[in-house]
Design a protein around this ligand. Structure first.
Ligand code: AMP
Ligand code: GLY
Length: 421
């Protein structure tokens, strides 16, 4: 019998997941809640309304796939499991790897998983004294979920002290900042390593690299991600093996030893320094925008793999197969993002999908037959190419065809990958 799928979320990642899942011959219909202007069969339920999501999934015979971290941290998987509903993703306990940065750091420390040295504080005076005593720069992190904004990379003691004040005293991130981590700032090269786990093994997804800063050449503040490409040669064969064994496998096994079965996407944000990978952070979901180029390169039925992960049966499947082509996703944002930006501007020229091009929607909505901007990151133009250079050219060729008054994008997505060829 064919099943339906419910994808939870509304970003570019969820559009890419629902697009890929809809290709499975085992699936009848893919719903997205709440979805965006590009997703099909949208269901008007927010990602944190777990009761309504569960009722919808039960009534519509759905296998549920969760995109973002917020419902995972709120325990959507536990709730669905209690009700006998099928769902892909980590339990609330497993999601602590992302929902509490302190939990994750202590987990890494007790399991000898390589990460930057750190201390934890809830008292700003003690935190300041600590920073003053150090002879290296630090990164100050709020413990809890802060919509990707709770990490402040500091280039001086003054910056670190003002970050401490902002989080612990001004409560910029609310209760997510009741405790902070102060850790050594690592200078190196960043890459994302994402694996699919069933609690026992972790299948590597294709390698990728995000571009976090808003401006070209990695200038300006951090964003959710302004573009990504896959594969990345920054992670060569030797490093891949090291990351797989010393980080991914070790994490999954250590979680299991602590009584927590990790099912879902395990995303390690890695900094490579002197050829050694360190974990900067974990996410318990696909990256956005990394998901967009990665799904473009999938040569397998994603649905089968997500079901196998949720049932603890990944070892029954072959290693996932990937297209040899490169894929690049250029995020088109609204000017002003990651701060404030205008909404409700009509987007023209977005209808470009072909075998090698997908325009994944993020902050868009459909209204009166038009597509309007409805968020900071608006579209992710994703292109395949025989080489990374060709994929970059193909993506930017299409990017030029799309317009709205406050369109903004980086012009150098993928460029750092070319330096490694
Ligand atoms: P996120 O937690 O995804 O918002 O990521 C925060 C970003 O801060 C990372 O992608 C890195 O660019 C940076 N970062 C986090 N920890 C460190 C560290 N120890 N050293 C240098 N940069 C860091
Ligand atoms: N692109 C980074 C993230 O999804 O957290």
């Amino acid at each position: 019998m064919l099943v339906n799928v419910l994808v939870v979320g509304s970003g570019g990642r969820e559009h890419a997941l629902s697009w890929k899942l809809s290709q499975s011959k085992k699936i009848d219909k893919v719903f997205t809640a709440p979805g965006n202007g590009g997703t099909q069969n949208n269901v008007d339920i927010q990602v944190d309304d777990l009761e309504k999501l569960a009722s919808f999934a039960a009534e519509n015979n759905c296998f549920t796939v969760v995109g973002p971290e917020v419902p995972l941290a709120a325990g959507i998987v536990d709730k669905f499991n209690q009700k006998g509903l099928k769902i892909f993703g980590p339990s609330q306990k497993a999601a602590q790897l992302e929902s509490s940065k302190i939990w994750a750091k202590e987990f890494m420390k007790r399991n000898q998983i390589p990460t930057a040295r750190f201390e934890i504080f809830d008292n700003s005076k003690k935190a300041e004294d600590y920073v003053v005593s150090l002879d290296y720069n630090v990164v100050v992190k709020a413990d809890g979920l802060a919509a990707g904004k709770g990490v402040i990379v500091c280039n001086s003691k003054d910056e670190a002290i003002s970050a401490i004040h902002s989080i612990l005293i001004k409560k910029t991130f609310g209760n997510a900042g009741n405790r902070i981590i102060i850790e050594e700032k690592i200078e190196g090269i960043e890459a994302s390593f994402i694996a699919l786990s069933d609690g026992e093994i972790g299948f590597p997804m294709a390698s990728s690299q995000d571009h976090k800063r808003i401006y070209d050449d990695d200038q300006g503040p951090n964003t959710g991600g302004m573009g990504a490409y896959s594969p990345t040669l920054i992670v060569d064969k030797i490093l891949t093996k090291k990351i797989q064994e010393d980080i991914i496998d070790k994490t999954i096994h250590a979680m299991a030893n602590e009584g927590i079965v990790f099912k879902g996407f395990l995303y390690a944000g890695i900094m490579i320094k002197d050829n050694e990978p360190l974990v900067l952070e974990y996410n318990v979901r696909m990256g956005d925008p990394e998901c967009q180029p990665i799904t473009m390169r999938m040569n397998f039925d994603l649905y089968e793999y997500l079901v196998a992960s949720s049932e603890g049966k990944l070892s029954e499947l072959p290693l996932p197969a990937w297209k040899h082509q490169s894929a690049v996703c250029v995020v088109l944002a609204s000017q002003g993002y990651p701060e404030s930006y205008p909404n409700n501007e009509e987007i023209l020229g977005y209808n470009l999908d072909s075998e090698n091009i997908r325009v994944f929607h993020a902050g868009t909505k459909k209204q009166d037959g038009k597509i309007l901007t409805n968020g900071g990151r608006v579209l992710g133009v994703t292109a395949l190419g025989d080489t990374l250079e060709a994929a970059i050219t193909n993506a930017y060729f299409e990017v030029e065809k799309i317009s709205w008054p406050h369109k903004y994008y980086r012009k150098d997505i993928g460029k750092k990958g070319l330096d490694y060829l």
